[in-house]
Design a binder for this molecule. Sequence first.
Ligand code: GLA
Length: 389
Amino acid sequence: MKSKKELILQQFREQFPKAAEPLVVWAPGRVNLLGEHTDYNDGFVFPMAIDVGITMAGAFNGTDQVNIYSVNFSARDSFSLQELVPSATQKWSNYIRGVCQQFALLGFELKGLDLVVEGNVPQGAGLSSSAALEVAAAVLLDALHGWEQDRVELVKLAQRAENDFVGVDCGIMDQFASMMGQENHALFLDCRSLGYDLIPLPFERQGYAVAVVNSRVQRGLVDSEYNLRREQCEGAVELLGRELSGIKSLRDVAMEHLPLVNGLPDVLAKRARHVVTENNKVLAGIKALEAGDLVQFGELLTASHLSLRDDFEVSRKELDLLVELALGVPGVLGARMTGAGFGGCIIALVPERALREFKERVFQGYKEETGLEAEIYVFKPAAGAGPIL
Ligand code: GLA
């Protein structure tokens, strides 16, 4: 079988027969294990990079044009480096245009390029294919031009491309995980300091796997509801600041302040309670993993789901059903929705010996109730972005 690199090189030669030998990079998608809707509250997250992602090949073309071919969409796009504006028709290209613009805004002088992009992240599943695309573009442009920027600076640049150019107000988790992941590890990230630690995952050693179940429901409301949650969190900080002077975000609200939180207007109390307890769950989850206590880790996953469902209100009935079906399979230690919510995936901590039964029961049960066919994956915790040599 041909490797990812051979396949993309072949595509590159077909699309750009006169171009120089390209550089090939890879950036993975991610699945978040714990710490949801905490990143934009300066809190803690615990995602892992996964073994599906974006492959990108690129070479300078001696012009001031960028020409891109997307293998997945069988589509081409070209734009001038003198005019970095979003494309109304080729939306997939905006992630790359946005990264170019962010480099330009920092004063880097970009040269024209020919690019080929190919991805194998399931689309619309909330597994961060767009973050992977931005990170791949950032790594490729940085390496080709020889700028050698710090990787965390590239993560921030990729996030700004999404916020300012694509116009999605996401936090930093997805780009960070795509850049900094490591095989068999998950990433414990403090979204305030951007300090991080790679935590070894004991799942495989103990005979467990993280199953990811794609609900395949369209994530329709996600943008407007996501922005609303951000505003509600800010609103809660403003009110809590009257009692807790000096707090800048919900990260600064400790578990002992929960009685104060509970005194906020109902919706704000629920939002803030989720974030405060979720940050605490990330810390507890890492302790549990370090102690090899998967039972405890699984309980935290399920508790996180309940909090996302009842307090943060970003779940939906299909995700709740998947979690319930997953927890009904003997041996499953915990399950929760993952990512922004309103669709996308759930994760479950499943004994490897029960994976077949898990897949059958969850698929069947879900189909019977919803008519939808869930997709079930078991990803490996993978390395972050970089050149494929
Ligand atoms: C999306 C965003 C992330 C994060 C999650 C929720 O994936 O891109 O920044 O906020 O939702 O945890």
